[in-house]
Design a protein around this ligand. Sequence first.
Ligand code: PLP
Length: 449
Amino acid sequence: MSAMIYPTSNFAEQDKLCIERAKGVYVYDSNNKQYLEGMSGLWCTALGYGNEELIAAITNQLHRLSFSHLFGGKSHSPGVALADKLAAMVPIEDARVFFGTSGSDANDTHYKILRYYFNAINKPQKRKIITRERAYHGVTVASGALTSLPVNNRHFDLPIDALNILRTDSPHYFSSHLQGESETQFVDRIVANLESLILHENPDTIAAMIIEPITGASGVIVPPDGYYKKVQTILRKYDILIWVDEVITGFGRTGNDFGCTTMGIKPDLMTFAKQLSSAYYPISAAVIPGYMHDAMVEQSSANGVFGHGYTYSGHPVGCAAALKTLEIFEREHIFEKAAEAGVYLRKQLEKFVDHPLVGEIRGKGLLMALELVPNKLKNTRFADGKVGAFAQRACQEHGLIVRAVAGNSIALCPPLIISHSQIDEIIQKLTKALDDTLIYTQKEKLLFA
Ligand SMILES: Cc1ncc(COP(=O)(O)O)c(C=O)c1O
């Protein structure tokens, strides 16, 4: 048995799929079996595997400058170039960029910057953060507390109250509407709950609300039309900042440059990781507007430094990987191609609309999910996540990697470079796996509950 402690894994589970190599959209296990990587690893390998241009950019950077930091008085050109490039891409005025190495650490950075900023402008009481039920924002202490999935919170005793974290409704109509409630009534009810929460807590004590435009780990939830418009109206009314977590939805994933563009959100703060470097090197970014940065200058100067930074903040190799990734996105029109592939994927997935197990097909662009249910006529749910886990294994048997999220939703998030024929391959494999899963649910008498 290996000495490895596996992340986000069942410690008692011995079965492991050992991935040894990869090329394009395919990965290969230790028996040389091929799988189509329908999840881009963990929602991250936008340009697929073995991209020679990216590998060359990383190798050249390693030769030129394998490490240099950005603490007090030091800089390097890949870092500056990447910050400027990203600032020019995002819908934030005079954007400033702080680098890290993971989505979790970037969210923790935002959490700390918000406090630092509100202290600097003499509003120290403005420190609470609103997050949503079923949100996923990472697993470090602050970002883990912003995450609402029970599995990431249970037994860790995170200091939710000390961190001043508030929770409001998940905007998933399919799973959370009341009987007979229309989408508009659902939106009005949960937006009213949000406003009541804000008034109950006192708006002057709330700094920001964190939002995944479309969620990932909690089941690829696309809120109903009108939800974000109403949420933004409330947040603006009470002077609460909009913090958009684009760790999954950033960079062409949802059919546009950013998830906030797809969903019509005007962000104040943005978090990036994953596709920023197509996962060729760990790098993340916390982006804030220029006015927040300017407000902190005096305080950091009086303090000696802005006392937050990671050894690997702006690692030059990560910056070189991200710069090349963004260059390829632009030059090869990857976002446009991915948007078009997303339309094709959706059309193919619609074929499952009559499958007895498929309760909802949802998503945008190349970020999709099928929710498996026991009785689609009655809008009921399986008691646990066994059916989703079975379907995930069945896909694997047939050479397709997917991920069961939020119990029984099968997520699909293929590399942005996927072709139509590779999408057809996903559909063929998924069809077989869903048929296997149907037989399993029939045998186990799990249907029509
Ligand atoms: C929306 C979102 N935010 C933050 C994170 C955390 O990123 P990391 O795993 O790089 O810490 C994730 C990871 O999946 C995510 O999906």
